[in-house]
Ligand binder design. Sequence first.
Ligand code: TYM
Length: 330
Amino acid sequence: MENKTVYSALKPTGNLQLGNYIGALKNMVKMQDDYNCIYMIADLHSLTVENVPQDLRRRIYDFAAMFLALGLDPEKSILTIQSFVPEHAELAWVLNCYTQFGEAKRMTQFKDKSKKNPENVNVGLFSYPTLMAADILLYNSDLVPIGKDQKQHLELARTIAERFNNKYSPTFTVPDGIFPKQGAKIMNLLSPETKMGKTDDNENGVIFILDEPDAIMRKFKRAITDSGNEIVVRADKPGISNLLTIYSTMTNTSIAKAEEHFQGYSYANFKTEVGEAVVEALRPVREKYTDLINNKDYLTQVMREGAEKAERIAMRTLSKVYRKIGLVSK
Ligand code: TYM
């Protein structure tokens, strides 16, 4: 076991979709065997969009059950809910004061989300990346498994860490992002030029982890392909490339092998087989989830124990930071 710390989190807005799994969770599961991993449900990040309180509560439990069903293991990793560890919000405030307005304003997610939802451009949405930086830096994380859409936020976290270290003395580890070789950006099946997302308008192009087999098959059969009949990964074939990437990651086959396998297939048969592979890969997850979601006491206990372990680390970092910047201790 290498003595490196890994941190990642997912925010419980919408339901988990295949892009979350291929882009982040798959690596998160894998890294548990080699590193000290800390994984969280980023509930505070969810507050940047409007929520119905009972729906948010249900989704937080859903995510806890999904974490375990997908293979995150409380025996190997620290698993908890972000708001259970108050140091996240506290360090985020400090980091806000070490982040320039212009830096936060340049974040493409902020720009995209403000444009998409102009009636709720709240200050939380703006300072979202400093809370994410706090998440990562509190644990002196070395590695952060994420999809491509979080790369810019990770880079800001690095900038903030370096700035703080240079101004005071080495305090934070400067983290590196870990991106999957294939699938760092899974696309919507109906619009392969846009990212698959939990809250896409076009839900028929999003595979949710808990979708029933029928729904998964229907969505894959309707997936947009391209003109021509070749089944290869190529820049001018975004639809086919996306489907091949999904197949290859979900069956642990290389792209080259997958291309070879589908040689001579019709697009219709190709899409059916990709759908079947995804149904089979997700079947055990759905079964485990169903067992777990009915056991809220167990889920709460896992998250509470995780919080205790996380807080022991987080407290140390926060008090070090407070001391360095000149706050006095009680
Ligand atoms: P979130 O919840 O939007 O997404 C969770 C993870 O899934 C990845 N992802 C994708 N990867 C490939 N293809 C896609 N279509 C796709 N859609 C999503 C995301 O890149 C992410 O890794 N701000 C974060 C949560 C967060 C966090 C953190 C992450 C909070 N604190 C600290 C890492 C470290 C977010 O909203 O991710």
